[in-house]
Design a protein around this ligand. Structure first.
Ligand code: FAD
Length: 622
């Protein structure tokens, strides 16, 4: 038998077998009589700069050679419990799918360039030829560095390196109507008009491989001091091991009795497709436009985001399910309202939202490291931000914001939901970001980093781009827009019927407010009468006595049994962000240039304090 010729495929956020350009190409090559390679080694890497890998150390006496995977401004773990679990499940699901088509998946921890270098050296020692290293591209400063590092490692060993475009977006890169990223319009609507009609825009999906080349006969092991467990449960345990359950909060939210998560889903390509099928057969996809701003339950929105973020499903796969339903060309959804009747408001709205995701990715491509700059894409230096690192009062506010005890019901419910489940809806994310950045005037990157740590669906471009957008330094043409998190939930607001008219969402997550009936008090608990506070045992509680912001909203109706009365017209405190709120820094203040550079700088210089996190009594340290 001739000696093995191995192709290495380094997987990233392309954790799927179907509609995957690399697996598609490999399967096609494998069907030909002459094979450019005899074996395939798919590798997934838990990248040590983005996810803490010390839980994979072989023994407790070993020390990780890597600095802690912590964020820049808030020093939060960059990948918290929820996403770590969803990610591990996605990796494991792919490992199983690959096993079913004659292949498999090797798991590694470390830094991409070094991991590839180690593999190439180890194969060389065994006289095994590696004919190529393939990977898909990603936007982002660190991601681009990874690509350069892998290329360097491959070239150093004389091995071909190929960077593929991952075709996981709605509009294929080949069809984006400009060559130069700088030509992306700064307003989403302008971009949308360039690529409409959206229903015609995506390319066809690629076929799913039924057979792939086998794994190499011998595979070099993960180098010391790490060890890769052999079960999904053990991998999740290793990822969770360094993280304290409180993530450093002195008073972390606790799971309210009978509260139901809107995101009980599991990672992986299989569960992603199950979700798609469910949305079609339940009819939820057709009602999406009317329900997408709700907050409770599983089906008010698609929950595609976490699978999309890891590449378990692609936007054009979603489009292709929608097409088949609209055209009645598959049995899925037969008999369901809207089947075979063309595009409806729900399916149209899903396409529209998927384009937002594309758009944020293209803004990252256009602006590069400015994604992490406090001045944002707009390079707005006029705002006086407050920084927790500089000011104990701001620090205390940030901690209450993270713990969900701000005294604004909507915000507290969302922050607790996020901490406990890894998800909170788009409407809530907008309110939360606006509250931190515009009502409190605090460095918005603290919020973006906390979301990075906690969201199951964390996606570099969608997260940082949306935070910028809502903070007023990104691509929102309505610069002065401020969300009123009280009005959002008020029954007299035309929109509120879709949101939380009775305060049910807030009560689901803020258990101490459950006995209340009056939405006004649920959203503004600081309006509660003394007698009611005593009755509920809330005297001295900061959410009823010391709200971070008294955001007024006048309700023209009688108070309910909750005990309060209608608020006074006119704000106790205004909501403006310029002038009154800023005490610190601005540009040139704490970490003025943002994470893109700083965290990588810290990483390089090894400045982060590894010992700090290894204690279970971890505390946030700004
Ligand atoms: C401050 C803030 C932070 C955010 N962080 C993230 C993030 O890290 N990852 C992420 O995927 N989304 C993020 N979003 C966008 C949006 O909130 C989520 O995509 C959405 O809530 C996920 O739930 P869903 O899949 O049920 O959405 P649906 O309403 O069902 O939308 C369908 C899909 O469209 C895309 N989409 C919808 N809205 C947006 C949007 N505003 N921007 C980009 N894509 C969108 C998503 O891929 C989503 O899965 C953020 C929004 C805000 C305001």
């Amino acid at each position: 038998m001739s000696s093995p010729r191995v192709l290495i495929y380094l997987l990233r956020r392309d954790l799927r077998l179907a509609d995957n350009p690399i697996f598609n190409e490999i399967a096609k090559n494998f069907q030909q009589s002459h094979h450019p390679y005899t074996h395939l080694l798919p590798v997934y890497l838990f990248a040590a700069q983005q996810i803490e890998v010390s839980g994979f150390l072989t023994s407790d006496s070993d020390r990780s050679p890597f600095p802690e995977a912590r964020s820049s401004a808030g020093s939060f773990w960059r990948c918290g419990h929820h996403r770590a679990k969803f990610l591990a499940e996605s990796v494991w699901d792919l490992k199983k799918s690959l096993g079913n088509v004659g292949s498999g998946l090797e798991i590694r921890v470390g830094l991409a360039g070094q991991v590839i270098k180690d593999l190439l050296e180890a194969f060389k020692k065994e006289s095994t030829e590696v004919v190529g290293i393939w990977m898909t591209d990603e936007e982002g400063v660190e991601e681009k560095k990874e690509e350069r590092d892998v290329k360097k490692a491959a070239q150093g060993a004389g091995t071909e390196f190929k960077l593929w475009t991952d075709e996981k977006y709605y509009i294929d890169d080949r069809d984006v109507p400009f060559q130069n990223p700088r030509d992306l319009p700064d307003v989403f609507t302008t971009y949308r008009k360039q690529v409409e009609p959206l229903r015609e825009a995506p390319r066809r999906i690629l076929s799913t491989p039924s057979k792939l080349p086998p794994l190499p006969p011998t595979i070099p092991p993960q180098p010391a001091p790490f060890n890769i467990p052999t079960t999904l449960e053990a991998i999740i345990t290793a990822l969770h091991k360094p993280l304290s359950p409180s993530l450093g909060l002195a008073h972390p939210p606790t799971y309210p009795k009978n509260a139901s998560s809107a995101h009980p889903f599991h990672g992986g390509e299989g569960p992603g497709h199950d979700r798609m099928r469910h949305l079609i057969t339940s009819g939820s996809i057709s009602t999406y436009k009317d329900t997408r701003n709700s907050m409770l339950g599983l089906d008010f929105s698609t929950k595609f985001s976490a699978w999309l973020a890891l590449g378990c499903i692609t936007a054009r796969q979603i489009h292709s399910y929608l097409l088949a339903f609209e055209d009645g060309t598959s049995d899925l959804g037969k008999g369901v309202h809207g089947y075979g009747k063309g595009e409806n408001k729900g399916t149209e709205a899903v396409r529209f939202e998927l384009l937002w995701r594309d758009y944020f990715r293209l803004t990252t491509r256009k602006f590069g490291p400015r994604l992490f700059h406090i001045e944002g894409f707009k390079d707005d230096t006029s705002i006086s931000w407050k920084y927790p690192q500089k000011d104990p009062d701001t620090q205390a506010k940030v901690i209450r914001f993270l713990e969900g005890t701000t005294g604004t019901g909507f915000i507290d419910a969302s922050m607790r939901e996020l901490f406990l489940t890894g998800y909170t809806s788009n409407r809530l994310r907008q309110n939360v970001a606006s509250f931190l950045a515009k009502h409190l005037g605090i460095d918005w990157r603290i919020g973006a980093e906390w979301y990075e740590s906690l969201l199951c669906d964390y996606d570099l471009s969608s997260n940082w781009g949306n935070w910028q957008y809502t903070a007023g330094v990104g691509n929102d043409p309505r610069e002065a827009r401020i969300f009123n998190p009280v009005k959002q939930g008020d029954a007299d607001d035309m929109q509120a019927h879709d949101y939380d008219p009775q305060g049910e969402y807030v009560k689901n997550w803020v258990e101490e407010l459950r006995p209340l009936d009056d939405p006004q008090i649920i959203f503004q608990p600081w309006k509660m009468f003394e007698e009611k506070k005593k009755e509920l045992g809330l005297v001295g509680n900061e959410i009823v006595e010391q709200p971070l912001k008294r955001i007024e909203f006048y309700v023209r109706r009688n108070a309910g049994r909750g005990g309060g009365r209608a608020g006074r017209k006119g704000g106790v405190a205004g909501g403006g962000r310029r002038g009154g709120v800023g005490s610190g820094g601005g540009r040139g203040g704490y970490n003025g240039r943002g994470r893109g550079e700083k965290s990588r700088g810290q990483w390089r210089e090894g400045k982060m304090d590894r010992a700090k996190a290894m204690t279970n009594g971890e505390q946030l340290n700004f």
